[in-house]
Design a protein around this ligand. Structure first.
Ligand code: IMP
Ligand code: MG
Length: 178
């Protein structure tokens, strides 16, 4: 194992690759002929985003957004703001917001409400992971890679205190290591 705090591999590289290809195929089919713009929610989604867009076989634009929630730690405090906005005008475009994980749902609920005010033709969310049991607000992803149980995960872009983003698979952390 990478270090003593990593408990186990939850989702292997091969599983991620296969599922990412499936999502990319669905998106390529669903957005054919549309003005697609894919927005990466930094930092956590960057690894997934980079792999996903390279598997999509239709033209698309990319942009990035940074959301911050007040209060650090392992969960969202409940108050989310955009700390780096997208560069492009999304009016009339088909937008897919790409996230690493839907946990309480607060981040994506807030981001999608803010972006919806800018008159996109459509606005959907693609998330690598989803922890439905943790939801505090009503929110569902449109394209979801894997539903996972309520365990804190790292790797493939996801961090704990900015560590572990470089792991090629999704792993769980030892509770003592947290
Ligand atoms: P939400 O607003 O609670 O849905 O939180 C989403 C954000 O919390 C994600 O973008 C992650 O940055 C972070 N997060 C939630 N669960 C995990 C986890 O298990 N590992 C790493 N980050 C997580
Ligand atoms: Mg995040």
């Amino acid at each position: 194992m990478y270090d003593k705090n990593i408990e186990k591999v939850l989702i292997t590289k091969e599983e991620i690759e296969k599922r990412t290809s499936e999502l990319a195929a669905e998106i390529s089919r669903d957005y054919k002929g549309k003005k697609l713009i894919m927005i990466c929610v930094l930092t956590g989604a960057m690894v997934f985003f980079a792999d996903l867009i390279r598997k999509i076989e239709i033209p698309l634009e990319v942009d990035t957004i940074v959301a911050s929630s007040y209060g650090a730690g392992m969960t969202t405090s409940g108050s989310v703001r955009i700390s780096k906005d997208i560069k492009y005008d999304i009016s009339g475009k088909s937008v897919i917001l790409v996230e690493d994980i839907i946990d309480t749902g607060v981040t994506l609920k807030t981001l999608t409400q803010m972006l919806a005010t800018r008159a996109p033709e459509s606005l959907k969310v693609c998330s690598l992971l989803d922890k439905p049991s943790r939801r505090r607000v009503d929110f569902e992803g449109d394209y979801v890679g894997f539903k996972i149980p309520d365990e804190f995960v790292v790797g493939y872009g996801l961090d704990y205190a900015e560590q572990y983003r470089n792991l090629p698979e999704v792993c769980t952390l030892n509770p003592e290591g947290i």
